[in-house]
Unconditional design. Structure first.
Length: 364
């Protein structure tokens, strides 16, 4: 027995003992039994040498009480909240960091993860969750079919994302947190769909529906003091029921054609109307200019007539002669003229060829 105790627990060094082979023997570890005896001796000396009495008991109790008190220290991680229970009853919630509670069995602590984002699917289940391995999606009609405000049926699938806001309320104020979130989400979505028409649900109104649904869900959960915060509502699908989806697609195609025709008509109107307005403005400006020209000319003619009339009243014969000459000058200005004097005497040719004379004058 002593031989085994004197041997190293790590075995002998290479080359055997006694210095054979040129290797030195390493240091021998201390004997375990001797170490235990020394520790017992120190304890006996500290506790009074084992002679009995109250001092060892008191010191032992103090050590036990100190260790028991220190067991109340606990640390809450950044992604957790501490829920303190006193004799199994919820007392308060503590934040991340080093905290203290009365040691067990007076108080205990639960530290659930509060930053983890949880997801609840309404109207559909992934086939993996349903027990299938293909990874597809299985529809749940009793959750997804909803009645719209214009008395149509829509098949809507959506997901609700939530986190724990208050761990104490989450653990002790509601019995089934996931079931509560699901029931509140389905109720809120049905309320929003019931006051909406089907067209915006299928097209551009999804973001509004998601926002309103999130607000209603949060209001319901706050009334329950559930300690849950809804972070997002996400619509996965919004379609008519499978039985009438082809008819709805035909209606959608017809509406798209109507919108296209309407846009083309508006584009044509935007092209023609400005040009027509420009042409109308040009005609109006031309008419206004013609009006001004005619009025000015008429006013000039009237002024000229009045001036001639005043002269005529003062000298009738002279004015008549002048008017006759001016008129003849205008009439005969651009035609060939021949003058014949009927009272010419004998030997005089009563013919004056003015055009020939004019031509000869120009030639010379």
């Amino acid at each position: 027995m002593n031989d085994f105790r004197n041997q190293s627990p790590w075995g002998s060094p290479p080359g055997g003992g006694g210095g054979n082979g040129g290797f030195r023997r390493g240091p021998t570890p201390p004997d375990i039994d001797e170490v235990i005896k020394k520790i017992q001796s120190l304890l006996n000396r500290f506790l009074g040498g084992g002679k009995g009495g109250a001092k060892p008991i008191i010191v032992g109790l103090l050590i036990i009480v100190t260790l028991w008190g220190l067991s109340g220290l606990y640390r809450v991680l950044p992604d957790e909240q501490g829920v303190v229970l006193r004799f199994g009853k919820f007392v308060n919630t503590t934040q991340p960091g080093l905290n203290y509670h009365f040691p067990y069995p007076i108080e205990s602590v639960i530290t659930p993860k509060v930053t983890k984002v949880n997801r609840m699917d309404i109207g559909f289940r992934s086939e993996r969750d349903s027990g299938f391995s293909s990874g597809g999606v299985a529809d749940v009609p009793e959750e997804s079919l909803m009645l719209t405000g214009d008395e149509n049926i829509v098949n809507i699938d959506f997901s609700v994302f939530w986190v724990i806001k208050d761990a104490g309320n989450f653990l002790f104020k509601i019995q089934d947190p996931e079931g509560t979130v699901k029931a509140a989400a389905e109720t809120a979505m049905r309320e929003v769909i019931a006051r909406s028409n089907i067209q915006p649900i299928l097209t551009e109104g999804r973001s509004v529906i998601e926002t309103e649904t999130q607000e209603i869900i949060q209001k319901i959960l706050d009334e329950y003091t559930s300690g849950i915060q809804i972070t997002q509502v996400q619509t996965q699908k919004a379609d008519p029921p499978d039985q009438v989806i082809d008819a709805f697609r035909d209606v959608q195609a017809a509406r798209a054609d109507m919108e296209r025709s309407k846009n083309e008509a508006e584009a044509y109107a935007n092209d023609v109307i400005p040009r027509a307005r420009g042409e109308a403005a040009r005609i109006l400006q031309a008419a206004e200019a013609y009006k001004k020209e005619v009025v000015a000319k008429a006013e000039g003619e009237a002024s000229r007539f009045l001036a001639i009339y005043n002269e005529y009243k003062m000298a009738k014969e002279v004015t008549q002669e002048r008017m006759y000459l001016e008129t003849m000058e205008k009439v005969l200005a651009d035609i060939d003229k021949v003058i014949i004097e009927k009272n010419a005497g004998s030997g005089v040719v009563p013919y004056l060829p003015l055009p020939e004379l004019q031509k000869k004058k120009v030639t010379n």
